[in-house]
Ligand binder design. Sequence first.
Ligand code: PGA
Length: 238
Amino acid sequence: MKKIIVLNHKMNFEKDDIVKYIRNIKDMIPADKEVVICPSSCFIPYFDGKYNFKLGAQNGMYKVRSSCTGEISFEQLKSFNVKYALIGHSERIAHFNESNQMINKKIKSCLDNNILPMLCIGETDVEKSLRKTPRVITNKIKECLSGIKIDDSFIIIYEPVWAIGSGKIPNSKEISEIVNFIKDLVYLNYKVDIKVLYGGSVNATTLKTLVNIEELDGFLIGSASVDVEQIKRIFDII
Ligand code: PGA
């Protein structure tokens, strides 16, 4: 199975940089990987072409054609060939109070529009120190997937909140255990084998360890994804 590599640009780049970025990265995409680029929404039209990577959204709105100033629906994103969407990223929870109920509606709307949702889940440092990770994950999956039928294309990204942008990652044993826990939990409840990626401080250095974790189906790369030279090194490692 092809490993999935998701590049989350967050709020980086301006118009001229993005044109240059696409020009540089399009010839670097490895054929044996599924690469998904999630640019800022304003740059999505720049990616609407015949490229060897897939286009992802960093967010979307579950309402359709409604009075919702400033939002972009998954239906609109679909019309630009968006195939994937990050859902419930911890930065959206921190800045916009996204609730599990909202995340649930977003997942439904993605699936209605043939967009593959990538549900982000992970514990905070406090939850980790209190050994609450399995409970946090169980609750998140239960509430976010309530009433939703998923199949084996579904993606969960295990992304510990404390690892994002910190340069720190869990050790390999911890990641393996949590990824297996997520896969088993989903199998038990939905009878499907989903894919689980890891996110949080993934870069050319941390990947030397992360790449050996067999259970992982891929990676979500944030800050390192804006540096084309680093991306090249990352593709060589994975
Ligand atoms: P990071 O971010 O790679 O900069 O830690 C990952 C993400 O939040 O998408």
